[in-house]
Design a protein around this ligand. Structure first.
Ligand code: T3D
Length: 268
C-alpha cells in the first residue's frame, strides 16, 4: 500500500497537516490535492479544531506542481490543465476563509505554487535554511496560487516583480526582513515555535479571530469607507459574543479568560 501523501496529527485544539511526498520535495499531484482537501474538510468539520499548522516532510516545504505529471512524450501535444481551477484556487480561497488561523511552518524550500500556498496561510514562520522561489518563470509559467496578488502587497511591487521575473530564491531571513513572513527562526526552533503559536490559538477567542480574517480578506479591495462599514458590522457581531463578555470579565478579575472556541455562536 502506498504511503499517504498527507499526514495529520491531532493535538489539543489544533491539527498538524504535513505534506508528505519528500522524494519529490512534497510537490503536488492530484491525489495529494485530494488528500489535503479532505484533511482541511475534516478539520473544519471538527468544532474542537481551532487552528491548523501546515508543514512539509523531509527537507522541503513544497516544490509546487509535480512536473513529472506534465512531461510530454515525443510528439504529444500539450493539453489544457485545469489544476488551478480544480485545486490551487479553491485551496487558496479555502485557507483564507477557514474560521480559524492557519500557520505555515516552512521547513525548507518552498517553490512555485508551494511558495504561494505558504503565503496564503495566515501566519508564515520559516526555518533559517528555508527559501521561497517564484520558480514559474524558469519553466515558462505565470506565478499562480494568488502570488501575483499576495506577494506585491506583502513586499511591494518592485521586489515582487523582480522575484517573479528572475525566479531567484529568497532566503527565509531576507523574507522576514522584507515583511513577507512573520518570523524566521533557527531550524530546530521551527516546530516548537509553530506549535506554541497553535497552542495559543487553541485557547483564543476563535470566533473573534475568524472575524479578523474576514476584515483583512476584504481590505485589499475595499475603500477606507467600505472598510470602516465592514469593521462596524463585524464589531457588532464581536461585541455580542460570549467571548467578548468573558474577555472583559477576565480582564477585570485579573485572571486568564476561558473562551468558548467555535461551538457557541455570537448570537447564542
Ligand atoms: O501544469 C499545471 O498544473 C500548472 C500549475 C503549476 C503550479 C506550479 O507550481 S509550477 C512550478 C513547479 N515547480 C517548480 O518549477 C520547482 C521545480 N523544482 C525545483 O526547481 C528544485 O527542485 C527546487 C529549487 C525546488 C529544489 O532544488 P534542489 O536542488 O534542492 O533539489 P532537486 O535535486 O532539484 O530535487 C530533488 C528531487 O525532487 C529531484 O528528484 P530526484 O532527481 O532526486 O529523483 C527532483 O526531480 C524532485 N522534484 C523537485 N521539484 C519537483 C520534483 N519532482 C517533480 N516536480 C517538482 N516540482
Amino acid at each position: 500500500m502506498s504511503e499517504s501523501s498527507i499526514l495529520v496529527t491531532r493535538d489539543a485544539g489544533f491539527r498538524i497537516v504535513t505534506l508528505n511526498r519528500p522524494a519529490r520535495l512534497n510537490a503536488f499531484n492530484d491525489s495529494m490535492h485530494e488528500e489535503l482537501r479532505a484533511a482541511i474538510d475534516d478539520a473544519e468539520a471538527d468544532e474542537d479544531c481551532r487552528a491548523l499548522l501546515l508543514t512539509g516532510a523531509g527537507r522541503a516545504f513544497c516544490a509546487g506542481q509535480d512536473l513529472s505529471d506534465r512531461l510530454l512524450k515525443p510528439g504529444e501535444k500539450p493539453v489544457p490543465r485545469e489544476s488551478l481551477e480544480k485545486y490551487y484556487n479553491p485551496l487558496v480561497r479555502r485557507l483564507g476563509a477557514l474560521p480559524f488561523p492557519v500557520v505555515a511552518a516552512v521547513n525548507g524550500v518552498a517553490a512555485g505554487a508551494g511558495a504561494n500556498v505558504a503565503l496564503a496561510c495566515d501566519i508564515v514562520i520559516a526555518a533559517i535554511s528555508a527559501s521561497f522561489t517564484q520558480s514559474f518563470a524558469r519553466i515558462g509559467l505565470v506565478p499562480d496560487s494568488g502570488g501575483t496578488s499576495i506577494l506585491p502587497r506583502l513586499i511591494g511591487e518592485a521586489r515582487a516583480r523582480a522575484l517573479m521575473l528572475t525566479a531567484e530564491p529568497l532566503p527565509a531571513q531576507r523574507a522576514a526582513e522584507w515583511g513577507m513572513i512573520w518570523r524566521c527562526v533557527d531550524d530546530q526552533e521551527l516546530m516548537p515555535e509553530a506549535i506554541g503559536l497553535c497552542r495559543k490559538f487553541a485557547e483564543a477567542p476563535t470566533q473573534g479571530l475568524a472575524l479578523i480574517k474576514r476584515a483583512l480578506a476584504a481590505s485589499p479591495t475595499n475603500s477606507l469607507d467600505e472598510q470602516l462599514d465592514l469593521e462596524r458590522d463585524l464589531q457588532r457581531e464581536a461585541v455580542m459574543s460570549p467571548d467578548y463578555a468573558e474577555g472583559v470579565r477576565a480582564f477585570m478579575e485579573k485572571r486568564k479568560p476561558v473562551f468558548s472556541g467555535r461551538k457557541s455562536r455570537p448570537q447564542d
